[in-house]
Ligand binder design. Sequence first.
Ligand code: CA2
Length: 149
Amino acid sequence: MMNILVLHGPNLNMLGVREPEVYGTDTLEDINRSLETAAAGRGIEMRIRQSNHEGVLVDEIQQALGWADGILINPGAYTHTSIALRDAIVAVGLPVVEVHLSDIHARETFRHHSYIEPVALRQICGHGSDSYRLGLEALIEHIGTGSEG
Ligand code: CA2
């Protein structure tokens, strides 16, 4: 058994509604469904949350302690601004994979830096909604390896 917290940051509830040329046509619900499908039958339980509020995301990360084995997160624009999210990740000490739909390194300069990347196992970006599935697999593999070791 493995428990995974999936967190979506600000504005990701708008997916599929606006800017399909940047973020694709999948809605957040589509992404969540594909993650649930990938987890199904593998003994993986997921808690999936989206919030537009930095403090709520911090609360979710803190509450993951004692339940989750790892966190898959798209911190949205907080990627580029939030020391609080980074501190929360360090505080709980859980393995984190950071994902982005777009290739943040090929966009505006202000998106190139991530406060999360140095405290994450991996940063996966630029694969559209597939970034999430790739991120989930990387996280599962890491957790699986750790608990066997
Ligand atoms: O590429 C990603 O996944 C991002 O985390 C998305 C964030 C952006 O601030 C990051 O730099 C990269 C923004 C999410 C906004 O999502 C929207 C969806 C539909 C319409 C408008 C915004």
